[in-house]
Design a binder for this molecule. Structure first.
Ligand SMILES: [Fe+2]
Ligand SMILES: [Fe+2]
Length: 445
């Protein structure tokens, strides 16, 4: 773990940094109120990875003194200076921020300590690794020790290594309310590979469509959990599972050319919102590409891949409903971390996809732009032509899917098609978007 020294006499600020830096950036924080106390510590303890200091504290030019100390000792420890009163050159080691904006300080610290948003999520990984109990449904022999949580920090062994798991045991566990099981962190990969392999065989041998839908949904969950842990590059079995699951989603879409029929099957399966909208986006985007002059089979594959991964960082179904920066900002139920993840989920997913050697070229860019922002951060107010043509297809396919899913179950969706299409026309006024929307006139329900 890295170490950060905070020098400031602002108690509220140091408390906030003490609380937030370890959680968000995974760095240990040591605080000192002034330069004098800090200097003694720095001289005896050269190992700080980052120093955050106020520009002044009373009459003391904290930042300038610190800068000189760094120079004397030829140290290159990066310094974040809070306030602009210090007369020191900005450069590789010095970053001056105008004030005490906590979010900006955390972001800058993360950047200087080379902690990516993806790593920020990883920081929260405990000793025991949580896994959805449902992932074990296909496991017949335990590939490692499997635990359940008893009490706050106590784990009870449920299955030993190589223990046969009788059919129905996992279902019983789930029925009794245990929706998460745990494996030791060191066993995680072994467990995941085992689940991947058994899911792969389920995907390829599903006899009924219902089985195919539930295997594809499970695969989406497994790939998501796996991708979020950020193995670089992604394990081979995860990549194989991803390709098989995406192909399966495409097959499900092809077998159900009517949107309403497809939706009915997803509802029968009690599919999660994340999976439902992924499957619908795949369906709609395949239709759009088929009906554009420039469409190609590669683009269909690319969009299916994008649909599979675009919201992979949204770990809760409800997070997929946020569609504007304001919705996120005003929601008092969301924690800081949740707000950050929702705002940056497009960029984070794009970063993850780059670690998938099997990702189609350019899929990361579409994922980055799927909320209309080139930077992958936040949600666009107005949709412009600055995003790529395939991102435009994706944006329309996603919005159309959201509109479909917003109707109550049992709505006669076919009769709502004109209403949905005119909503899209008024939301997306640029001609590139309008052309894509026009292709939806021929989609069947
Ligand atoms: Fe989405
Ligand atoms: Fe999204």
């Amino acid at each position: 773990m890295s170490q950060t020294l905070v020098i400031s006499d602002d108690e509220a600020l140091t408390e906030l940094l003490n609380l937030n830096l370890p959680i968000y950036v995974g760095t240990d924080v040591v605080t000192k109120t002034n330069y004098k106390n800090a200097a003694t510590l720095i001289e005896h303890h050269p190992g700080f990875h980052l120093i955050i200091c106020a520009d002044m504290s009373g009459n003391e030019n904290t930042a300038e003194l610190l800068f000189k100390l760094n120079e004397i000792h030829h140290r290159k420890t990066p310094i974040i200076v809070l306030g602009l009163k210090a007369k020191i050159p900005e450069g590789l080691a010095i970053t001056s921020l105008a004030g005490n904006d906590l979010k900006l300080i955390i972001q800058t610290a993360a950047k200087l300590l080379k902690v990516t948003p993806k790593k920020m999520i990883e920081q929260m990984v405990p000793d025991f690794f949580p896994i959805k109990t449902s992932f074990c449904l296909t496991v017949k022999k335990s590939p490692c020790e499997i635990f359940t949580l008893k009490g706050e920090d106590t784990y009870e062994l449920n299955f030993s290594l190589n223990e046969n798991i009788k059919a129905g045991t996992i279902q019983k566990l789930m029925d009794s309310g245990v929706d998460t099981i745990y494996v030791r962190c060191a066993d995680r990969l072994k467990f995941v590979n085992h689940v991947n392999t058994s899911l792969l065989s389920r995907l390829s041998s599903s006899e009924t469509e219902e089985e195919a839908v539930s295997a594809a949904e499970e695969a989406l969950q497994v790939v998501r959990e796996e991708a979020l842990k950020g193995e670089v590059p992604a394990p081979v079995t995860t990549q194989e599972l991803t390709s098989a699951a995406i192909q399966s989603c495409i097959n499900i879409a092809l077998k159900n050319p009517g949107v309403a029929t497809l939706l009915k099957k997803l509802l029968q399966n009690k599919a999660s919102f994340l999976y439902k909208h992924t499957q619908l986006i795949i369906h709609v985007s395949q239709h759009i590409i088929t009906n554009t002059e420039w469409g190609s089979p590669e683009q269909k594959m690319k969009l299916a891949f994008v649909a599979f991964f675009h919201d992979i960082c949204l770990t809760d179904d409800k997070f997929a409903h946020y569609k504007s920066d304001t919705m996120v900002t005003i929601d008092t139920e969301l924690s800081h971390v949740e707000k950050d993840v929702i705002t940056k989920h497009a960029k984070m997913a794009a970063d993850i996809v780059r670690n998938f050697p099997s990702a189609p070229i350019g899929s990361d860019v579409i994922i980055m732009q799927h909320h209309g922002q080139v930077s992958g951060q936040g949600f666009a107010h107005t949709y412009t032509n600055s995003v790529s043509p395939l991102a435009i297809v994706f944006i329309i396919a996603e919005e159309f899917s959201h509109l479909i899913l917003a109707y109550p179950e049992n709505t006669d969706l076919a009769s709502k098609k004109p209403e949905m299409i005119s909503r899209l026309h008024s939301m997306f006024t640029r001609s590139k978007y309008q052309k894509v929307i026009e292709t939806l006139e021929t989609i069947t329900f």
